[in-house]
Design a protein around this ligand. Structure first.
Ligand code: ATP
Length: 451
């Protein structure tokens, strides 16, 4: 069809219209004739779908599943992130999807002829701009809306029981991944915190601003995702580097009515105290030099606090480095400390990994494979597991290792709790040595800075 267009402009669409007449059976010829007649008499309708809107993802996701997408001469290949959590085999987890790009594709849907158009162009600073539209040979816009409603239903089915994570590209939000909803019970926390989340689970909390703080790998991001899964909210992850006041305001203005805004590593954010503080000597055109002023950040956070249905969750490893204004009570209603693993948490982590899936239905985040199967070496009777858990807990000092560290060690030994017990002392030694080396390297670097 593109070749026809090249030599005989306009013949491509004509072929799209007439080709099926020549190729299809007589019954459909009549219906298609009606569509063409409609086009000739009444012209076209069109809906444009902006790239930054989730409607774009809905349309493209549907287009990828259609036969016409497979025959497009120019297409865009992407990993389908929605299939990631649900599938079994490794190849399926990162399945490739193709959608038509830089041109028009003609297709029949529910006996009507449509045109899908998508164009990618080069924007500022090496960014890529994309736009798409869907047109139909007829005047009734309801037909196009019906098609988009079908795309929406198809998309929503694919994200059922998933949490969609949005990140920003410049001053636009874009869905970056959809992950299986995380149960609150799969985040191992100490007893005090468990009581707090029990209240949270009973309904959307009255408090809207949370600060989760504690050492790396204690489950701050995981807790945020599990709260999102529990309340069926999507997560909008805000990274301050590369933003300026204007883009920060636009991003907050674009937030949906119900969502979680996650401000990760808020101590590391690129914020300066007053508007105009950002160095004038560096180019503000370069995203790396852009900064947000503290006053603008506080303003947008206050706006968020006063809006129903949006939760703000900030995380940090260093609460002592935060500006007090950022976490004063009206902005942050609740400060939650996450700890390195105590005895109870080490025990829970052990159970988390070695309890058979029929009892806990817990999966290994990383490999997506079920943990111990009943009948495997590790699928043990409760009393034996209890005993092994106690042995393991006795070997691991409390409040020295993070849940992430212990979990990754246990998962490396997931097929045998006996191996885990036998190897844990050597593993702890290696980890301690690595930490000492890291501390030495860091202090040398600091010494160098002093000179
Ligand atoms: N308390 C926990 N319970 C269960 N899994 C945990 C817990 N803490 C960490 N993990 C696991 O360790 C990994 C890292 O955890 P996560 O990113 O939530 O930690 P974090 O506190 O946000 O770390 P950082 O401060 O480095 O961002 C994840 O795969 C998560 O499943």
């Amino acid at each position: 069809m593109p070749l026809l267009d090249l030599f005989f402009p306009g013949l491509g669409p004509a072929w799209a219209l007439l080709g099926p007449f020549l190729l299809a059976g007589q019954a459909s010829i009549v219906r298609r004739f009606a569509s063409v007649a409609c086009f000739c008499c009444s012209g076209m309708s069109k809906i444009e779908v902006p790239y930054a809107d989730e409607a774009y993802d809905m349309l493209i996701f549907w287009v990828c599943s259609q036969p016409f997408a497979q025959s497009a001469r120019t297409s865009l290949a992407r990993i389908d992130l929605k299939s990631f959590a649900a599938s079994g085999s490794h190849a399926e987890k990162k399945s490739l999807h193709y959608s038509p790009c830089n041109g028009r594709s003609y297709f029949w849907y529910k006996h009507r002829l449509f045109v899908f158009h998508r164009q990618r162009t080069q924007g500022e600073f090496g960014t890529t701009r994309e736009e798409a539209s869907i047109s139909y040979f007829g005047r009734n816009p309801a037909v196009l809306r019906e098609l988009l409603n079908d795309c929406q239903r198809y998309y929503l089915k694919s994200v059922e029981n998933k949490t969609t994570v949005f990140e920003h590209q410049g001053d636009r939000w874009k869905a970056s991944k959809s992950i299986a909803k995380r149960e609150m019970s799969t985040v191992i926390i100490n007893k005090k915190l468990k009581e707090m989340t029990w209240y949270t689970r009973r309904g959307l909390p009255y408090q809207r601003g949370y600060l989760l703080y504690g050492p790396p790998g204690t489950g701050k991001s995981s807790l945020c995702l599990s709260i999102a899964g529990h309340f069926d909210l999507d997560v909008y992850v805000l990274t301050m580097s590369g933003l300026d006041d204007h883009s920060l305001k636009s991003l907050f203005a674009e937030l949906p009515q119900h969502c979680i805004v996650l401000l990760e590593d808020v101590d590391a954010t690129a914020v300066h105290r007053k508007p105009g503080d950002a160095s004038q000597s560096v180019s503000q055109n370069d995203p790396a030099n852009r900064k947000v002023s503290l006053s603008t950040l506080l303003n947008v956070l206050d706006g968020l606090a006063s809006s129903e249905g949006r939760l703000l969750i900030m995380t940090t490893n260093h609460i002592e480095r935060l500006d007090p204004a950022l976490i004063r009570p009206s902005r942050v209603d609740m400060k939650v400390e996450l700890y390195l693993a105590d005895e109870d948490m080490i025990n829970q982590l052990f159970y988390f990994v070695y309890n058979p899936p029929s009892k806990t239905n817990i999966r290994d985040d990383k490999s997506e494979t079920a943990l111990l199967q009943p009948g495997e070496e590790g699928a043990l009777e409760d009393c034996e597991l209890l005993h092994l858990g106690q042995v393991f807990v006795a070997k691991v000092p409390k409040l020295e290792f993070s849940p992430a560290e212990i979990l990754s060690f246990l998962l490396a030994n997931k097929h045998s709790p006996h191996h885990a017990i036998a190897n844990v002392a050597a593993w702890m030694e290696t980890l301690r040595e690595e930490r000492t080396k890291l501390t030495r390297t860091t202090s040398w670097a600091l010494d160098d800075d002093d000179h």
